[in-house]
Design a protein around this ligand. Structure first.
Ligand code: AMP
Ligand code: MG
Length: 493
């Protein structure tokens, strides 16, 4: 009887699952069940996102809500699986798979969108290797904060629907509170998903996966003449656009392994990511990135490297003649720097209020960045100051080098033939006031993990929600931490 009541209740809340990935060939996934947890409790829940997904979870009691997002109460239509994939991690190839994630299913929203609903940290799967399949509260809240901030910044990203604590401890270097994040994504198909099949030289299933991915994310190419070549070109394009957006806000992903690059073009797998304060292309936060492979300034070339690995998986589909396939793929891969440059210029031009394009704009932007580097100027706030024309630090801005640049910029703005006010408004609409500053994120995570105090995080999330609106109530979130050169982040285990 109780089970029946639950069933109706599960329906009422609006779950509308399909499981198209689970209909793919069996080698692509394993059926799994989330582990039982002791005492699930909601740490944070994203009401706005729930509504977008068509979920009316208000009707559930807190206990049921926690139970659902701890994977204890599987909604009707959910079919939990762990996805198989491989990946180049720091350049070395490994077979991986969802070792601490379980895909519940694909929610079909009222507006006809399809979103993966995935638990991160729900216990062991057949791909867990030596790991426990679990996650700690701090890293899951970090993903929640940063992914939601990225979304508010207008950057394609997976989203975060909920974090629950499990009431259990996870054992890392120290004992930490266990948690599960519910991640929402266009899909979890990665470069590594293709590599998993390519490593087995399974061209038949590669074709199935490519067709599935094209239909799901590049449906305009379903009937394209050179379908798989066009698919590759479109993926290159979306990645170039995505990385340009990262660069424009100073986002450092931190672990751009091929398994962490989503074919949909969304930012995925928030582990040791962080935002750059002082402009420096060598900025690295990840504690294990000793060589700076994933440094801020390397992100475009690493994306291209990952796309080369992706191209390799598609060669047998692009053309039966291997030489021809390589020729086609190489051509599109080599176009990445230009494609990226085009997107990056569009982002950077908007940041300094330009609409037209002049030959010398590239140089104008480069000179600004060079000056910022030399002057150790905060990336976000410099653009903000230029936009508001409030050049606060007289010392820094008084420097001859900056003044020289400033004059050139003013002249360039005049040549646009637009009122300066209009340029300023444009700048204000693309240059964020608030980004998730490292010390603010840490402060929120410490309060939550060490004292069970979530109020600090709620305030931070509120500040991050409208990053382009000046709100004096959140002025304190604009300040850089002072010295984050030694700030270190850790992989989100
Ligand atoms: P990530 O660093 O999150 O990109 O994960 C890389 C690989 O390690 C993936 O295959 C994960 O599923 C796996 N992994 C990470 N943490 C754990 C864990 N605690 N238990 C099992 N597998 C894990
Ligand atoms: Mg990963």
């Amino acid at each position: 009887m109780a089970a029946k009541e639950n069933l109706t209740e599960r329906k009422i809340v609006g779950w509308n699952f399909d499981n198209s990935y689970a209909r793919l060939p069996e080698l692509m996934f394993r059926q799994v069940a989330p582990a039982k947890v002791r005492q699930p409790a909601i740490a944070i829940f994203n009401i706005g996102l729930a509504q977008e997904l068509g979920l009316d979870l208000d009707r559930l009691s807190d206990a049921d809500l926690a139970s659902v997002f701890a994977g204890q109460l599987i909604p009707e239509g959910g079919q939990p699986i762990a996805q198989a994939y491989a990946g180049h991690q720091y350049g070395g190839f490994t077979m991986l798979g969802d070792g601490r994630a379980i895909l519940l299913g694909e929610q079909l929203t009222p507006t006809g969108q399809r979103y993966d609903i995935q638990f991160k940290g729900p216990g062991r799967t057949p791909f867990s290797r030596m790991g426990d399949g679990k996650a700690a509260l701090g890293p899951m809240l970090r993903e929640y904060i940063v992914s939601e901030a990225m979304h508010a910044l207008g950057i394609p990203t997976t989203r975060s629907l909920a974090v629950v604590t499990t009431g259990e401890a996870v054992y890392r270097e120290m004992t930490l509170p266990g948690a599960i994040l519910t991640r929402v994504a266009k899909s979890h198909i990665r470069v590594g998903t293709f590599q998993y099949l390519a490593a087995q030289q399974d061209t038949e299933n590669l074709t199935v996966l490519a067709d599935y991915t094209i239909e799901r994310h590049y449906s305009e190419l379903v009937d394209a003449p050179n379908k798989y070549g066009s698919f590759f070109r479109a993926v290159v394009d979306r990645q170039a656009a995505l990385i340009a957006k990262w660069q424009a806000v100073g986002f450092v992903h931190g672990v751009m392994n091929t398994d962490n690059m989503a074919i949909s073009g969304e930012t995925i797998d928030y582990g040791p990511c962080a935002f750059m304060d002082v402009y420096d292309p060598d900025t690295v936060f990840s504690s294990i990135d000793h060589g700076g492979r994933y440094a801020y300034g390397n992100q475009p070339s690493i994306a291209q490297w990952n796309l080369a690995r992706f191209a390799e998986t598609l060669l047998p589909l692009i053309d039966v003649d291997q030489h021809k396939a390589i020729e086609v793929a190489t051509h599109d891969l080599n176009a990445f720097p230009q494609v990226f440059q085009r997107y990056w210029m569009a982002e950077m031009k908007a940041k300094i209020g330009l609409v037209d394009e002049e030959e010398s704009d590239k140089e104008l932007i480069a000179e600004l960045l060079d000056w910022m580097h030399e002057a150790k100027s905060d990336f976000t706030n410099t653009f903000q100051e230029l936009a508001s024309d409030y050049l606060s630090d007289k010392g820094k801005f008084a420097a001859e080098r900056f003044q020289h640049w400033y004059k050139k910029w003013q002249q360039r703005l005049e040549r646009e033939g637009q009122p300066i006010d209009k340029a300023k408004r444009q700048m204000q609409s693309v240059n964020p006031f608030v980004i998730p500053r490292n010390h603010r994120v840490e402060e929120a995570l410490d309060a939550a993990s060490q004292r069970g105090d979530l109020s600090v995080m709620h305030k931070l999330l509120a500040a991050l929600e409208k990053p382009f609106h000046r709100n004096d109530a959140y002025a304190e979130y604009q300040a850089p931490s002072g010295d984050t050169r030694h700030y270190r982040t850790f992989c989100g285990t």
